[in-house]
Design a protein around this ligand. Sequence first.
Ligand SMILES: [Zn+2]
Length: 254
Amino acid sequence: MADFDFSEDEIQRYARHILLREVGGTGQAKLKAARVLIVGAGGLGSPLGLYLAAAGVGTIGLVDPDVLELSNLQRQVAHTTGRVGSPKVDSAAQAMREINPLVTLNTYNIRLDAANVAGLIAGYDIICDGTDNFETRFLLADACVAGRRTLISAAVLRFEGQLATFKPHADPDGPCYRCLYPEPPPAGLVPSCSEAGVLGAVTGVMGTLQATEVLKEIMGIGESLSGRLIIWDALDMRFRDVRLKKDPACPLHH
Ligand SMILES: [Zn+2]
């Protein structure tokens, strides 16, 4: 460990990572140097934030405009009953800090919009979409293509989850979000979780899968999820793995 600038506390804290041949001190140092932005401190952002903080990702940004409500607690496990009424970014940051005080946390209690998105993502290497509406999803996805940022995107509804990684700047054959969905669906066509419901544990699984892909992308280990879409049906307990191709007619011309 002499080659790495880790304290005794860090060596103990990350011992089970450092034991892994694919991680080791090199991978742990990459995690410490990484900057990850989580958009949405809810059902996906909760396990995602907790695992990234626990893993020692050095700088984590959290974006969410909302205040914690009682109806969030059925799935958003970073939060507590006592923090209902607090900004969700503050509640999630508190949970993450209690797990790992070594991590730098930046909270943004704002709604992502066309005026702030480019500046926000510019400060981070990997962007995680854990939002619950198409307006923010498309805004973020377009900004990631323009800003050449890796986007790891998860979504849940009822008993189903989806996960994909988009990094056309690093994978010339790789698709972006708009290669998959060229336009937002007409308003009201696709219901949201607040309209159609979601099994809480499904968000936990998908947020944890998202965290796993973030850690792999940071360390450059295993196979990237770029170019694939994972669809999980929890009622059938089946995972499907769909090949995604770059669309030559993609409106973003990447
Ligand atoms: Zn595209």
